[in-house]
Ligand binder design. Structure first.
Ligand code: DAH
Length: 342
């Protein structure tokens, strides 16, 4: 007898379902309560006796085939979904992790921090000043008039006749004293600029720090005391210092300070040029004219000042022979100083 529905097209419809919802809908369409096949079952009773058995078998067979196909299709879709999920969630535990290179402070910054810590622990306060400075603060107020030969050593970058990139951190002394009454003790770090051609010991931009102490009855002994403390803490307990007479327009007397050579211990070797000493900073007792320029009475107040290059400390501490290495940005060089101090 004629099949009531075209099995092939039903199977095809099932086969085309690509997800579980569609498949469920197809199932409902044929096998659900209102389904086509269910409808055929309901018809059985109205079929003439003689044909009823064959009709019943045919409908049963139809139902079985559709059910079989649906369960095969469901398994197929579920398998696909599982595979898809596995593919999406899959991660390769043998892949190397994302290695994050940790950054570090530049060695100049690290040493500056270390230096700062030493002065702060001795009671000095931090002070700062502008890198673009007035000629007055950079020279005049520091007792260095225009005709002074000391200005030649500071040939630098001018914006106009009155403004320049500061050549040292000493102008911070003036700015602080103009705004405060003594006694005072300051530590002033910062960048400085000079029109120098880069070589193994010079850079047109470098770092200095300035120390200034003003009080009653300050003497060279105080200066020597803090210098000794500083040098031993930054370079090591076995290092000694010596003061040599020198000249700076803003101090009188002035001293060049040397530290005993760390390689030969002061006997004399190649790295200290046979002298046993290395020059590290300039210092002196604040010149009366400097006090007058900021309205302090030089009869009442006295003080010492010193200024030092930070790159110089870095080079001595870490045996760097060419100052330019500090700015080359060669990662192999920079990485050597990862977390040396901070
Ligand atoms: N400003 C000087 C320089 O850059 C260094 C210096 C010398 C600073 C003596 C001072 C000082 O405070 O007293 O060469």
């Amino acid at each position: 007898m004629e099949p009531a529905i075209d099995l092939q097209s039903v199977l095809k419809e099932i086969d085309e379902a690509s997800d579980l919802v569609t498949l469920q809908n197809v199932k409902a369409k044929y096998l659900g309560k209102q389904g086509v096949v269910t409808g055929l079952f309901k018809k059985i009773s109205s079929i003439p006796q003689g044909e009823r058995k064959a009709f019943g078998q045919m409908v049963n067979n139809l139902k079985k085939q559709i059910e079989l196909k649906i369960s095969e299709k469901r398994a197929e879709i579920e398998k696909k979904m599982r595979e898809e999920k596995e593919r999406k969630d899959r991660f390769d535990i043998t892949l190397p992790g994302a290695i994050r290179d940790s950054g570090t402070y530049h060695i100049i910054t690290q040493v500056m921090e270390e230096v700062q810590e030493i002065w702060l622990s001795m009671g000095f306060e931090i002070a700062t000043g502008p890198e673009v400075e007035d000629v007055y603060y950079n020279f005049e107020a520091l007792n260095t008039p225009e005709w002074h030969p000391a200005r030649d050593m500071h040939d630098t970058f001018y914006f106009n006749r009155n403004r320049l990139l500061r050549t040292h951190t000493s102008p911070i002394q003036i700015r602080v004293m103009e705004n405060r009454k003594p006694p005072l003790a300051i530590f002033a770090p910062g960048k400085c600029y000079r029109k120098d051609t880069p070589d193994t010991t010079h850079l047109p931009m470098f770092h200095q720090f300035e120390v200034l102490y003003v009080d009653r009855h300050v003497s060279v002994a105080h200066l020597k005391g803090v210098l000794e403390t500083f040098v031993k803490r930054i370079f090591g307990k076995d290092r000694r210092i010596r003061l040599r007479p020198s000249f700076f327009p803003f101090t009188e007397p002035s001293f060049e300070v040397d530290v005993s050579c760390g390689i030969c211990g002061g006997v004399g070797c190649r790295s200290c040029g046979g002298t046993g000493w290395l020059e590290i900073l300039g210092s002196g007792m604040v010149h009366p004219n400097v006090f007058r320029n900021v309205g302090y009475d030089p009869e009442e107040w006295s003080g010492f000042a010193l200024g030092m290059g930070v790159e110089r400390i870095v080079m001595l501490k870490y045996d760097i022979e060419d100052i330019r290495d500090l700015l080359r940005n060669d990662r192999r060089f920079l990485k050597k100083f990862t977390g040396v101090n901070i």
